[in-house]
Design a protein around this ligand. Structure first.
Ligand code: XMP
Length: 327
């Protein structure tokens, strides 16, 4: 019968047998899967593992700190943070089409991770001649089924030829979550002592806040949205609704302005959209009937505390026809 302690012991033994004295790299996204996968690998082989976290500036408030401080403290992993906030802002300047945003973010993300990887590989090879040969991936059982089950190695192409590395770096994959479902992964994360804010995290899209600004992305707009999002998350958590809600995107309508009145002046600010949804698998969803007083509190706080926002609106569309995200 299923028991998280058994799975951990089994995976630790398996990883040790697979890796031997080799070196391993893992990208952390801030999400559950990569966090639990890396923690398992670290438990098995300690500092033969190095983790990479990309701060692209599209993260929510406190996410970087949770990884750099709470997660590192809980696991003891060696972590390298790559700060590419400026680079992403420049690449995204003036872009408002959703799919173009996704493409740029995906491209810049892979480029950043590969560069970090290339540097770590060189460094590892220089210290004791042993390069990094293994890559950890937080693949879950549903992902395996979806992609037809094949796996084994990953061919990471380095299109930009970073300092004398081979064209194609061959990695052997370590996928310790391949037989598990999401709730099992969370149970293992909890058993490993990972921070609750990571283990219980709701889904958050890879392109992050970048696809929650309807319009082009600027530093000011990101800061504004981050602030509003932090208020919503704090209030939902305080109301004890985190488990009940699948996720609650908070969206900034950056290209829309409406007239308001605040203090003794007229304002001309942006609306913030609340998109709380209930769902089993994100394929379909319904809008969550949040209590009115909670909605009132969130609305008051956002309009009082977030500069530039003078209106809060609630999205009452199911999926279909609406998607969960606005972009
Ligand atoms: P939609 O908006 O399609 O979202 O109803 C379904 C689920 O997928 C998430 N989502 C994404 N996740 N990259 C991701 O990693 C993306 O580009 C992306 N777009 C949507 C969304 O948050 C929801 O959980």
């Amino acid at each position: 019968d299923w028991n998280s302690g058994n799975v951990i012991a089994e995976q630790v033994a398996r990883i040790q047998a697979q890796v031997g004295t080799g070196k391993v790299i893992c990208g952390l996204s801030g999400g559950v899967d990569s966090a639990v996968a890396a923690a398992l690998v670290h438990k098995a082989i300690g500092d033969q593992l190095v983790c990479v976290f990309v701060d692209h500036g599209l993260l929510r408030q406190d996410e970087r700190r949770q990884v750099e401080e709470d997660y590192v403290k809980a696991t003891g992993v060696r972590l390298v943070t790559v700060d590419v906030r400026e680079q992403f802002l420049t690449a995204l300047e003036g872009v408002s089409d959703p799919e173009t945003k996704r493409k740029i973010i995906g491209r810049e993300f892979i480029r950043t991770f590969e560069q970090a990887q290339a540097e770590l590989i060189k460094e590892a090879a220089a210290t004791d001649g042993d390069p990094i040969r293994f890559l950890v991936q937080g693949t879950l059982y549903p992902d395996v089924v979806e992609s037809g089950g094949g796996s084994g190695t990953a061919n990471i192409k380095s299109h930009h030829n970073v300092g004398g590395l081979p064209e194609d770096l061959q990695f052997e994959l370590i996928e310790p979550l391949r037989t598990l479902f999401k709730d099992e992964v969370r149970a293992i994360g909890a058993e490993l002592g990972l921070p609750a804010e990571i283990v219980q995290r709701q889904p958050f899209p890879g392109p992050g806040l970048g696809i929650r600004i309807v319009g082009s992305i600027t530093q000011d707009r990101l800061d504004l949205l981050r602030h509003a999002d932090a208020i919503v998350r704090a209030e939902l958590t305080a109301a004890g609704l985190d488990r009940e809600i699948w996720q609650c995107p908070v969206v900034l309508l950056a290209d829309v302005r409406s007239v308001g009145v605040q203090g003794d002046g007229r304002t001309y600010g942006h609306p913030i959209v609340l998109r709380p949804v209930s769902s089993e698998d994100a394929m379909t969803a319904d809008w969550t009937r949040l209590p009115y007083d909670l909605l009132a509190r969130i609305s008051n706080r956002i309009t009082n505390e977030v500069d530039g926002v003078n209106r809060v609106v609630l999205d009452v569309t199911s999926k279909p026809p609406g998607t969960i995200e606005w972009e």
